[in-house]
Design a binder for this molecule. Sequence first.
Ligand code: FE2
Ligand code: FE2
Length: 354
Amino acid sequence: MKWLHEHALLRHPEVHRIAIALYDARHELLKTYVNSSDVQHPMSLYQKPLAASSSLTELATLRSTRVISDLASLPEPHAEHTRWLLEHGYRSSFTVPLFQSGVLFGFVFFDSRAPGAFDGALSLDLQIYVQLCRMSVLNVINLSHAVEGIVKVARGLAHLRDIETGRHLDRMSSYSRLIARGVSGHFGFGDEFIEHVYLFAPLHDIGKVGIADSILLKPGKLTDEEREIMKGHVDLGVQLVDEVMQDAGLGSTEYVSVMRNVVRCHHEFMDGSGYPRGLSGDAVPVEGRIVMIADIFDALTTERPYKKPWSNEDALAELHRMCDAGKLDPRCVAALEDSGDEVRAIQQKFGLNA
Ligand SMILES: [Fe+2]
Ligand SMILES: [Fe+2]
C-alpha cells in the first residue's frame, strides 16, 4: 500500500491518504484494512456496521463513486469517519466501492488536504490505483476462498462429515479475530494481520481430510497408535497448504506464513507439551496461540456427544488454569475474556450446536 501511495504521490501530490476498508458480508461489518497516509496515527482497528453509514450504503447500492469537495461543508453532526478526517486536516475525498462478480467487498478512500482536489480529472486518473487496490485485496480474499473451497470439496467427497462443522469454524474464526484485535496493541499487529488470522483460522484442521475414516470417525477411544496417526493431521495440513500455495504461485507471500502457522501450530502448547514439534514459548507463533485458544474455547462451550456445553465462565476458568500451567498465552485469554459482549453476540449469531 505504501508503495502504491508513493507511486500515486509522484503524479498526484495532492493525494495525501489512501485507505481500504473491507466489507465482511457475513457480519455486515465494514472494517479498516490497509492505509497509507501522512499522519502519525492512522485510523485502524476500527469497524462498524455498513448500515450505520447511509452514504456508503447508497454508493454500494447504486454502484457509484462519490466526490466530496469540502468535508467541512457537510451537514452536522458529522459521521465519525468524517470527523476523524477533518480533525487530521483532510478536506476533500473520493470514495469508490469495490465489487467482485457484483458482490461488494470493500471501499477505497482517497483523501486530500486541499478542498476540491478531486473535482477535476483527478478522480479519473486515480482509476488505475483503484484497480491495483482491488486486485491486491482480491488476491487475499480469493486465495482463502479457494483454499476453503478445496477443503469443502475434499470433505464432501470423502464424507468426512464430522471433521468440523461450519458453525464451529464460523465461531472459532470470529473468536480468533476478537483475540487478535485484543492483543494487537501489545504485539503491534495491524488490521491486515487480524484479518488474515480471521480468514485462515478455519483452515486449522484441513489436514484431517487425509486421515482414514476408520480413525477419524471411530466412535470409541483411539489406541495409542491411532492417536499418533491422528496427530499426523498437522503435518498433512502443512503439506496441503504448501502444495496449494506453490501451485497458485503464492508460496513466498507474507500471508502464507500466517496461514501456515495457523495450521502448523494449533496444537503447540507454550510449555512445550503440544504436538507435533513440542515448540515452546516464543517459538509458538502468536497466530497459533490465538487459534488454539479459540478452538478450545469453542470445544468447551458447545455440546459434544460425550459432554454437555460449559458456560462461558467455566470455559474461561479452564483457559486460565491452562495459562497457570504455562500452556496458553495469558494475554490472549484475557483478550477473549474482555470481549464478553462480542463473544455472546457471536454465539447468538452462529448458535451453539457443535
Ligand atoms: Fe487440529
Ligand atoms: Fe477446530
